[in-house]
Design a binder for this molecule. Structure first.
Ligand code: ATP
Length: 269
């Protein structure tokens, strides 16, 4: 469980990245922070693993104030997947996945076997384990990033626009893979994106943010699409340009993609 209690962040240069933000993310849920560039999404995410310490309020992980926890120990408990994967270039794929176990002094046969399992889980063939990041495609690198984040078996995954640097087809594959992994592993996921379709697809709950991490709307993705609470949300989720839209099917508001396939039904919040 992750809980933000009235957090604020004013950087030393006076930039007020987060004004007053509160949120509780239940265990095993995926919550998506959706908003345009600079609205404070990354700052919020990084408060959870103490890459940023808020200047107001507090963040709790499983009931503990993260400010009271050692940042290094905390980060080993929390998986972090960033844009462009952030792999170590001079380490093989396998070694990259073993980064956290190695830091914790546990990179024996059992951890190596688990790393191979994780690579398979994210859809990579065993032959890739000995390659270096530069010898992989962007999509493969992102998969390694996800495997690395899972290697310490964390309860929490922080994902900061993890799929934004790949083409739409690879992106759709990675999203499907994440949904499958989440069904199997049931992590608590905080996911940042500026892609509305991605937010609707992945989020049990979606928060639409604007500058200062002000919450314009929160609810299921379908609700945000069907009933934008403000003009800002309506503009942000667009109308005609959406791949996903809502239409009435057999009396039920149904989310349909551009090809007419059903992506979900609307459930009251
Ligand atoms: N170290 C810093 N010092 C000063 N301002 C900062 C710092 N880090 C971030 N900011 C500012 O805080 C605001 C929020 O930044 P943040 O990276 O959280 O936004 P974001 O929503 O994640 O954006 P993006 O989608 O572009 O990654 C921005 O105005 C940014 O310029």
């Amino acid at each position: 469980m992750i809980r933000f209690e009235h957090v604020g962040m004013t950087f030393p240069d006076g930039t007020r990245a987060v004004e007053d933000f509160s949120l509780e993310i239940p265990r095993h849920a995926t919550v998506v922070l959706l908003g345009s560039s600079g609205c404070g999404k990354t700052t919020l995410l990084q408060m959870v693993n103490r890459m940023v310490d808020p200047t107001a309020g507090r963040v709790l992980v499983d009931g503990e104030d993260v400010a009271s926890l050692n940042p290094v120990t905390l980060r080993r408990r929390i998986g972090y997947v960033m844009q462009n994967a952030g792999l170590l270039p001079h380490r093989t794929v396998l070694d990259n996945v073993l980064t956290v176990p190695r830091l914790a002094g546990r990179a024996g046969a059992a951890e190596k076997a688990r790393a191979h399992e994780l690579l398979e889980m994210v859809g990579l063939t065993p032959a890739l384990a000995q390659r270096y990041p530069a010898q992989l495609s962007g999509g493969q690198r992102q998969r390694v990033g996800v495997a690395r984040a899972l290697a310490a078996d964390p309860d929490i995954l922080l994902m900061d626009e993890p799929f934004s640097a790949v083409d739409p087809v690879v992106r759709a594959d990675l999203q499907a893979e994440l949904l499958r992994i989440q069904r199997e592993l049931a992590k608590t996921i905080l996911f940042v994106t500026h892609d509305v379709d991605e937010a609707v697809l992945l989020g049990d709950e979606v928060l639409v943010l604007r500058e200062g991490a002000r919450v314009e709307q929160r609810g299921t993705g379908e609700h945000v699409l069907l009933r934008p609470a403000t003009d800002f949300v309506a503009r942000f989720v667009g109308g005609d340009r959406r791949r996903l839209h809502v239409e009435e099917r057999a009396g039920t508001p149904t989310v349909v993609d551009a090809a007419g396939r059903v992506a979900g039904t609307l459930v009251a919040p």
